[in-house]
Design a protein around this ligand. Structure first.
Ligand SMILES: [Zn+2]
Ligand SMILES: [Zn+2]
Length: 258
């Protein structure tokens, strides 16, 4: 299968994703297209890395329940966003390299994203990265509250919907079906993500296809070594039993340099 990855990071120069390797640059993605089997990449760096300086320890999610930390670096943020958008304009061609952002909500379930930026991005992905609470029940509540809040935003894809919750509990059919039903009802794509393998990914793909959902495959690249993670995607499709031609593949609307 030929693969596009709609969710990927960079860690070079301006460090728009602090979690990504320093040698992972937009040029790496351009070169990777030439080498195949990739057909397209979207660069989707982290919104919080544009809001909080790296030396203020923004990860993991100290800002989630302390939003002051998110909003107190105003000049830094404005400068970063301008630089980020200019960089996307330099590299994105709307054919093989697309530009976007990985966004989320804070502990008030408020979007961490300036909606006026939507039209400047090809791909907007919404993620859950933090589930507060001491009990599994609380974490499940935070999971669904964040899914619902993300679906209120103009996102294209819900990224790795079970990555965080799966750290605390088995993702049973009830949780998986309810999550997919909500994403499907919103008409938003669900992501198969290779960065952190999830043992129920084939089941998720099968359930998404049976609901007629759009599926976005991603390697969520943080390190150059992940460039071969199409193997994981191939395996998920194979294990799911779904026919390739039955998968409704995500395709972004070109907005950058359109
Ligand atoms: Zn993520
Ligand atoms: Zn990511």
């Amino acid at each position: 299968m030929k693969w596009a990855s709609w969710h990927n990071h960079t860690g070079d120069g301006p460090r728009f994703s602090y979690c990504a390797a320093k040698n992972l640059s937009p040029q790496f993605y351009i070169d990777a297209i030439a080498n195949g089997p990739w057909t397209a990449f979207a660069i989707t760096d982290h919104i919080f890395a544009m809001m909080i300086p790296e030396d203020s320890n923004p990860w993991p999610n100290q800002w989630f329940l302390n939003q002051h930390e998110l909003h107190r670096h105003k000049a830094f943020y404005e400068d970063r966003i301008a630089t980020y958008l200019a960089r996307l304009q330099t590299f994105c061609d709307g054919k093989t390299i697309f530009g976007g952002m990985e966004i989320e909500v804070d502990g008030n379930l408020e979007p961490i994203f300036d909606l006026s930026l939507r039209d400047k991005l090809d791909v907007l992905i919404g993620s859950i990265h933090h589930l507060p609470g001491d009990s599994v029940d609380e974490k499940i509540r935070w999971h669904f509250d964040q899914v619902d809040a993300l679906l209120q935003m103009p996102i294209d894809i819900v990224a790795h919907p079970f990555r965080n919750l799966a750290q605390f509990t088995y993702i049973n059919d009830e949780i998986m079906d309810e999550t997919l039903n909500r994403i499907a009802a919103a008409g938003i794509a669900v992501e198969v993500n290779a960065h952190v393998p999830f043992n129920r990914e084939p089941d998720m793909l099968r359930k998404a296809v049976s609901r007629g959902m759009t599926v976005a495959f991603s390697i969520d690249m943080h390190d150059r070594s992940e460039i071969t993670a199409y193997n994981y995607l191939d395996e998920v499709v194979k294990k799911s039993g779904v026919k390739e031609e039955d998968i409704k593949l995500f395709q972004p609307t070109v907005r950058i340099n359109s």
